[in-house]
Write a protein that binds this ligand. Structure first.
Ligand SMILES: *[C@@H]1O[C@H](CO)[C@@H](O)[C@H](O)[C@H]1NC(C)=O
Ligand SMILES: *[C@@H]1O[C@H](CO)[C@@H](O)[C@H](O)[C@H]1NC(C)=O
Ligand SMILES: *[C@@H]1O[C@H](CO)[C@@H](O)[C@H](O)[C@H]1NC(C)=O
Ligand SMILES: *[C@@H]1O[C@H](CO)[C@@H](O)[C@H](O)[C@H]1NC(C)=O
Ligand SMILES: *[C@@H]1O[C@H](CO)[C@@H](O)[C@H](O)[C@H]1NC(C)=O
Length: 491
């Protein structure tokens, strides 16, 4: 498809807005797009890479993946990274957010047997980006822990902290001269709650109310340790910035009577991760400690299933982020639930029932109803709770079956960018950048290739994995070029 031809179909129009600002993005605001290693790289057993938990899960339990697919080849970005960078150039974005595969660097996760070939791959990707004037933004962990570490408990083993630090050290040593934006970990709720607590992500342990909290405890310490490593050892010479990315779901009380329950859910879903790092008190949210402790006691536990941080650990974790990464997709209605059952689970701990309002448009994904105003409200909630941190939207996007004429995706982007601009201009929320998820269609975890988020379509039946820009690629390109929201209905 010829981008230039379609461009003429787009007219910049502000319409008859009642807003005080003109939909222009602030000076210095950064635009980017994103992928993650397992979702795009392929080459699962090439170049010295070790096995990770997604290799293991998709190979042993293909029945858990909607289309029984896997990331063995995916978009073949391991070989086609130059094409990926060329797409970023075509979009005109300022940065590209990608993730580094831990078992490509240390095949078994332990700090021996450093895989130079894996390091070289990322080094070439970074050089290609920089040669094209694009800022590399690297996520150190996006869900692909080496299987050898998982065999020892993965994130539930406290020693994972040391292994994670040694892995990060190699990255700072070898890539930190060129990478200035680091995200330690992407979406801890999805890692711990969905991967260890239930079966919605690898390693699909299904030990809710136990393994999810252990995972979270070590993950927060591992993040903090890597932040301190950078702050103490690398910041002076490398002068970069280190953040932490949390997935946000806006939980809204079904009525004002339910506002306490919605706030509790915000605290136990988002605050679980944000409170220890971004609040002035540090530690887990008080309501989370209370609710898990109370249920644990009723179940006969001698101590809470939510592990405790020592005062030293609270101080050690507090303040360990230069920015907050927010991934936002969706919202839910919430009300309090009075479960008196004694089964051990996260939902029995939080005592909140939630659902997608039937007035919100649905997407192809069963978890995903559309509510742009929830995005603005979530941004305000963060500003108020955590002293207005610098926020980068590190993911936002829309799933469908892979249409090239993806007008619904364009609507989604427009409405969410508008909600974000409202938050910036009307509410003074500190949002510094925006990342469209995703650069291209890729392996969408349990939904395989059936649900696609790409700005570029990828033909997965063709061994060459050709990429084709969708309408949304053109729309995003226009926004990035003009630095203004094209606020016109396209249908
Ligand atoms: C929009 O507002 C900004 C900031 O006030 C201003 O610099 C810019 O020129 C305006 N753009 C248009 C197209 O009116
Ligand atoms: C997951 O755990 C729950 C609670 O223990 C149990 O009811 C369910 O059967 C388990 N699911 C699978 C697939 O093992
Ligand atoms: C460090 O980076 C900031 C921008 O992030 C820049 O303003 C500053 O000049 C840099 N300092 C050094 C010593 O490179
Ligand atoms: C949500 O609130 C509406 C209006 O008050 C009420 O009719 C509905 O039953 C509530 N939904 C649930 C699940 O409680
Ligand atoms: C990072 O290092 C600076 C300079 O040494 C120090 O003042 C600051 O407290 C450190 N940040 C954290 C969160 O420890």
């Amino acid at each position: 498809m010829d981008l230039a031809l379609i461009t003429v179909a787009f007219v910049l129009s502000l319409g008859t807005s009642s807003f005080a600002y003109n939909y222009t993005f602030p000076e210095g605001f950064l635009f980017g797009t994103a992928t993650s290693a397992y979702q795009v790289e392929g080459a699962w057993i090439e170049g010295g890479k070790g096995e990770n938990i997604w290799d293991r899960l998709t190979h042993e339990r293909p029945d858990l993946i909607l289309d029984q697919s896997n990331g063995d080849v995916a978009c073949d970005s391991y070989h086609k990274y130059k094409e990926d960078v060329a797409m970023c150039v075509e979009l005109g974005v300022q940065f590209y957010r990608f993730s580094i595969s831990w078992p490509r660097i240390y095949p078994h996760g332990f700090s021996y047997n450093l895989n130079k070939e894996g390091l070289l791959y990322y080094s070439k990707l970074v050089d290609e980006l920089l040669a094209n004037g694009i800022i590399p933004v690297a996520t150190i962990y996006h869900w692909d822990i080496p299987q050898a570490l998982q065999d020892l408990g993965g994130w539930t083993n406290p020693l994972v902290v040391n292994h994670f630090v040694e892995y990060a050290r190699v990255l700072f040593d070898n890539l930190g001269d060129r990478i200035k934006y680091w995200i330690t970990i992407n979406e801890p709720s999805q890692i711990c709650q969905e991967g260890y607590g239930n079966m919605d992500k690898a390693p699909a342990l299904n030990l809710s109310g136990i393994a999810d909290y252990l995972c979270g405890h070590n993950l927060l310490k591992a993040h903090a340790a890597v932040y301190h490593l950078y702050n103490d050892t690398y910041r002076e010479s490398q002068n970069g910035t280190v953040g932490f990315t949390i997935n946000g779901v806006w939980y809204e009380g079904n009525s004002t009577y339910d506002d306490d329950a919605a706030e509790r859910m915000m605290q136990m879903y988002f605050g679980w991760w944000a409170h220890p790092i971004f609040s002035s008190q540090g530690d887990y949210p008080p309501v989370m400690k209370t609710f898990v402790a109370r249920k644990s006691a009723a179940q006969g536990y001698r101590r809470s299933r939510l592990p405790e941080f020592t005062p030293e650990e609270i101080e050690y974790i507090k303040g360990t982020a230069d920015f907050m990464g927010l991934n936002f997709y969706t919202a839910r209605k919430a009300k309090g639930a009075e479960y008196d059952g004694l089964e051990v689970s996260y939902s029995n701990d939080h005592q909140v029932e939630s659902w997608i309002d039937r007035d919100w448009p649905m997407t192809i994904a069963p978890w995903f109803g559309i509510n742009p105003l929830g995005f603005r409200k979530h941004l305000n909630w963060i500003k108020e709770r955590y002293n207005s941190p610098d926020i980068y939207i590190t993911e936002n996007g829309y799933p469908d079956a892979g249409e090239i004429d993806d007008f619904d995706r364009i609507d989604y982007y427009r409405e969410h960018l508008k909600a974000m601009l409202d938050a910036i201009y009307e509410d003074n929320v500190n949002v510094r950048g925006y990342t469209a998820w995703s650069l291209m269609d890729n392996f969408e975890w349990m939904f395989g290739y059936a649900h696609r988020f790409g700005l570029y379509y990828v033909d997965l039946t063709d061994p060459q994995r050709p990429r084709t820009p969708k309408r949304s690629a053109l729309y995003y390109k226009e926004i990035v070029r003009t630095r203004q929201l094209t606020y016109e209905k396209l249908k």
